[in-house]
Ligand binder design. Structure first.
Ligand SMILES: [Zn+2]
Length: 212
């Protein structure tokens, strides 16, 4: 389930993963930044953003949406999403999250890249994939969802979306492209730092090399 909260998980390290001693924030000269360094064995603990995969499952003019069963953003709606596992491709991660949260089976090789989202303030990069179903699937909500259903643009407009303040006009953009059946790939920055605003740069897809 999508965890792009304002919690900085990188602040959570207390002990060295090599020797178990305490760690401290120390200036690392060659990297020109502070990192967690072991107080005993001096190992530097490198931390990097996590990869979040989001799967937009389309059936006709509707999208598969999940209602969050837990905090944060409990009761609000969002597309199937979650962190990529080690050893998993983006498409496999998106298919797994979709199945875990909704019971809907989607083929990893049916996924198309839709957008890449910078969520620097939450130490994450999200990759949004889309897949189009030709028939209504069996839905079986997972433990993280209180409700799962396909929703039209009007229906989505009437519910509360999770992290709505951070996602700009992204839902409206998707439906515009869906109506035209002309998708673009987008590079999106979600506003998290003071003074930043949500913005996106879209790239036309000239042609798809596999003909899809
Ligand atoms: Zn250590």
């Amino acid at each position: 389930m999508i965890p792009f909260t304002s919690v900085r998980w990188s602040d959570a390290l207390n002990y060295c993963t090599q020797c178990g001693s305490t760690v401290s924030r120390r200036w690392v000269a060659e990297d020109r930044c502070e990192r967690f360094v072991c107080d005993s064995c001096r190992i530097v603990h490198y931390q990097n953003p996590r990869v979040l995969v989001v799967c937009v499952v389309v059936l006709g003019d509707k999208l598969l949406m999940c209602r969050r069963a837990h905090e944060p953003e409990r009761g609000k709606w969002i597309a199937p999403s979650g962190f990529l596992e080690i050893g998993e491709t983006l498409q496999e991660g998106a298919a797994r999250e979709t199945f875990e949260e909704t019971g809907v089976i989607v083929r990893p090789d049916s996924m198309h890249l839709y957008s890449v989202v910078d969520i620097a303030g939450a130490e994450q990069v999200a990759v949004v994939l889309r897949t189009h179903l030709s028939a209504p699937p069996v839905i079986q909500p997972g433990p993280e969802c209180s409700e799962v259903r396909f929703m039209s643009e009007d229906e989505i407009r009437q519910v509360e979306l999770a992290w709505a303040g951070s996602t700009g006009d992204s839902t409206r953009w998707f439906f515009e492209q869906l109506r035209l059946n002309a998708f673009r790939i987008q590079l999106v920055n979600i506003a998290f730092r003071p003074g930043e605003s949500f913005h996106a740069r879209a790239y036309e897809i000239a042609r798809s090399l596999d003909g899809a």
